[in-house]
Design a protein around this ligand. Sequence first.
Ligand SMILES: Cc1cc2nc3c(=O)[nH]c(=O)nc-3n(C[C@H](O)[C@H](O)[C@H](O)COP(=O)(O)OP(=O)(O)OC[C@H]3O[C@@H](n4cnc5c(N)ncnc54)[C@H](O)[C@@H]3O)c2cc1C
Length: 461
Amino acid sequence: MERVDVAIVGGGPAGTAAAHAAASNGADAVVFEKGVPRADRERLGPDSTDAAGILDYWVDIMDIHPDEFDDGIVLQTLDRAEFVGPNESVTLRSTGIDASYEHFGYTFFRAGFDDWMRERAEDAGAEYRIKASVKGVETDLDATGDDPRHTLTIGAGDLIGADYLILADGPQRTVTNRVLDTFLPDGQKASERLASPKANHIAYQEYRRFPKEVFEEVQHAIKFWWGVMPGHTAYPWVFPNDNHVCRVGLTMPIGLDIDAIEDRGEYALLHPEDERIPQGKTYIRRLLEWQYGDEYDIDTDFPLVEDRGKRNGTETYPISSTQPIESPVDAGIAVTGGAMGATSAFHEGGDHVAVRTGAIAGELAADGDLSTYNDKWRDAIGDEVLRNVTFADLVRGYGPADWDKTFKMTNDMLGDGGLGSLNKKVTAGLSGMKVLYKYKKRKRSFRKKDYVQLTADEYVY
Ligand SMILES: Cc1cc2nc3c(=O)[nH]c(=O)nc-3n(C[C@H](O)[C@H](O)[C@H](O)COP(=O)(O)OP(=O)(O)OC[C@H]3O[C@@H](n4cnc5c(N)ncnc54)[C@H](O)[C@@H]3O)c2cc1C
């Protein structure tokens, strides 16, 4: 049987960061990636679906400065984020969090970024195998001598033995769930413990060429609309790319019942004649019509760019809405990135934590000791995850009027500052203080009862 030190399942940012770190620290590391075809990449590669925006302080979390990338990966530098409610809106010009990066953020070409991450790992000595779908993993904790601790079955049945297993198969956790099942108490299943039955989401996006003057308005902004479509963390966005192309996308819960929605007339992207929740492409069309339809013909002035994205200028991606999990490190296994749930509370904002958790896992595996992995990722990304989990929980049940109220209060509180200045702006009045108080209370309670969905002490070896 072929043997490696570190086997990595999944070749997205978490997997390639793990491979780079493991190989840089002297390990024999192999990434197994099933390979996804995309119109914007010639060879097969990782999935790469992403709105592809990074905020200033995420650069420090990711620990890779965009200047290191090849040309053509950074598409735009950003100077703001706009949050638009039904009647109120907020523009943030600073995240308010200390950051070494000089801009508000940047947008990037995700497939190019993934290729760069792959090449960086290969240059460090790691191997990246494509069309290498991991079908199963057997772990033998009593393995002695030359017997491997983990045996992976790849594709039609090739067996690979490994001392350490890094799971980086993304938020769908097709391999991770099955591996974790073997370490859960009898009768428990990871898929049932971890996937939130209430909030399984779908992400959908289109690449659209914008008219020059409209593109110039949004060129340095990422723009989100809240309270315009029903569902928890359901929102559309526009992210600027290059050559007047923007990604227009959304995330929304799967299986929402339109008849159960209160005040459905308040949602700008629902229409009275809707008998069911519209499909992603209908929502995107309505967003474009709503924002630009008065002055432009959407079909001719905002055409789909069919040679970008996954297929015909569009991409769809299912997401599980979960909170992070600790890894069964005593079995020599680290779960990273989307698979560890570090990225899903808001369905975006995950490349930085994927890269960082992958790098931590790869380095520790190369050193032959994963035991500190759960502590180390908490040190590196714990604050970020806590922030996301708290905000996602705070806005549960928000309807259009709640978003307007929040944006109005945030405007009153912010002045010209960023999120970090909220603390200093409690003079904004009682309602503003209430939001801040609620956020802090919720965050404290998550800190106390913990934001982790599955803790290391629950695993049975
Ligand atoms: C629509 C959308 C918009 C987003 N926007 C942003 C954003 O603006 N900024 C940001 O930072 N993050 C964003 N994210 C999140 C970001 O894409 C993820 O956090 C990131 O991709 C997680 O990286 P990962 O390596 O953990 O997983 P993934 O990138 O999902 O990679 C997992 C890989 O594992 C492979 N795989 C799965 N199963 C197997 C198997 N059995 N065998 C072999 N290979 C397998 C898959 O093919 C895939 O390539 C967005 C996500 C979506 C869906």
